[in-house]
Design a protein. Structure first.
Length: 114
């Protein structure tokens, strides 16, 4: 069973590091956002340690991804990653502005989709 954790930790670490770099977030800034030390996050990124479910959830929310992706259960395409990020941002918008957002998306779609 320990071997399974080692592989999971390695995949998790690689994906956390890749997303952090892609989003141009420093290790220190990400650590602060998820309430862990920068040293602990470094150990996660190198696969030396795993994370609690609470920390996994914070990583998913902060990096705009899903646990399945971070744990290596599924591969997300670039489009799926972008849609996850859009979804995360849309959820932060006040409900009264969503109809306007739909209109903007419709206009954009009409302009670019042939």
């Amino acid at each position: 069973m320990k071997g399974d954790n080692t592989q999971i930790n390695a995949v998790l670490g690689e994906r956390v590091r890749a997303l952090r770099i892609e989003k141009r977030i420093t290790r220190e800034a990400l650590a602060e956002r998820i309430d862990v030390s920068a040293r602990f996050l470094a150990d996660v990124e190198t696969g030396k340690v795993g994370v609690s479910l609470t920390t996994l959830k914070k990583l998913c929310l902060t990096l705009n991804t899903c646990a399945d992706h971070l744990l290596g259960i599924s591969e997300l395409s670039d489009k799926e990653l972008l849609l996850t990020e859009i979804d995360s941002k849309v959820k932060k918008i006040d409900r009264k502005y969503l109809i306007d957002l739909i209109r903007v998306i419709d206009a954009f779609s009409d302009a670019v989709v042939k």
